[in-house]
Design a protein around this ligand. Structure first.
Ligand SMILES: C[S@@+](CC[C@H](N)C(=O)[O-])C[C@H]1O[C@@H](n2cnc3c(N)ncnc32)[C@H](O)[C@@H]1O
Length: 204
């Protein structure tokens, strides 16, 4: 296995030295920064939103959300302790002031959160969930009626094609509808080296 493959293999759950390297790549890579910024734009955040990000990685979107959400709450969950440390450094001031709360763990943490959330997002995390249908049910259960969920995905695996983005969009659409989200729509960002999709839905 090459070093590059070893680092990319870390994206599911970064840990150790290679995990820190993977986190640094996520934080610096233009396409990653753009798809996070675009997802935040799509969510049209308000100062009093209660925002949840699943799989925050190095914490790029949390930092952007903290620029707008001044009266609500910002919560992130990620099962990587390595990413918890990276996101803590990036969001140090907002954490100190109590505006951002970071948690280490997976979707099982959703049961214990202080809900409901008005905006929920994930960016390049959906492909790692083992029971994706159940994941969207869990997400719906912690959202306020009228709240918006955005699930963003850019295929980055070896041999990825633009069609992979569309295939994932169709699958996410199905999972969201089954979980009871309405007005489910797909937005597209024509980014290099692959297009990005974000599927948005409204909690009934
Ligand atoms: C490819 S990275 C994307 C990070 C971030 N969303 C971004 O766009 O910069 C995937 C992240 O999701 C986290 N992750 C994957 N599966 C998860 C799960 N089931 N629960 C919580 N975090 C998860 C990983 O630890 C990793 O930090």
């Amino acid at each position: 296995m090459s070093l590059a493959q070893a680092v990319y293999g870390q994206f599911r759950k970064p840990h150790g030295l290679l995990g820190r390297l993977a986190g640094a790549i996520m934080a610096a890579r233009g396409s990653n920064r753009q798809r996070n910024a675009w997802t935040i734009e799509l969510l049209d955040l308000r100062p009093d939103d209660r925002f949840l990000e699943i799989g925050y990685g190095p914490g790029l979107s949390l930092a952007l959300a903290a620029g707008t959400i001044t009266e609500g709450a910002i919560v992130g969950i990620d099962h990587s302790g390595t990413m918890h440390r990276a996101a803590t450094v990036r969001n140090a001031e907002a954490i100190r002031s109590g505006r951002v709360t970071l948690m280490t763990g997976g979707l099982e943490l959703l049961d214990g959160l202080d809900e409901p959330f008005t905006k929920v997002m994930s960016a390049n995390v959906v492909q790692f969930w083992e029971d994706t249908a159940a994941a969207f049910e869990q997400i719906a259960s912690v959202m306020a009626p009228g709240g918006t969920v955005a699930t963003t995905y850019q295929p980055r695996h070896r041999g990825a094609t633009a069609a992979d983005a569309e295939t994932m969009a169709a699958r996410i659409t199905g999972w969201m509808r089954t979980a009871g989200f309405s007005d489910v729509r797909t937005e597209r960002l024509p980014l290099h080296p692959m297009p990005v999709i974000s599927v948005l839905g409204t909690k009934d």
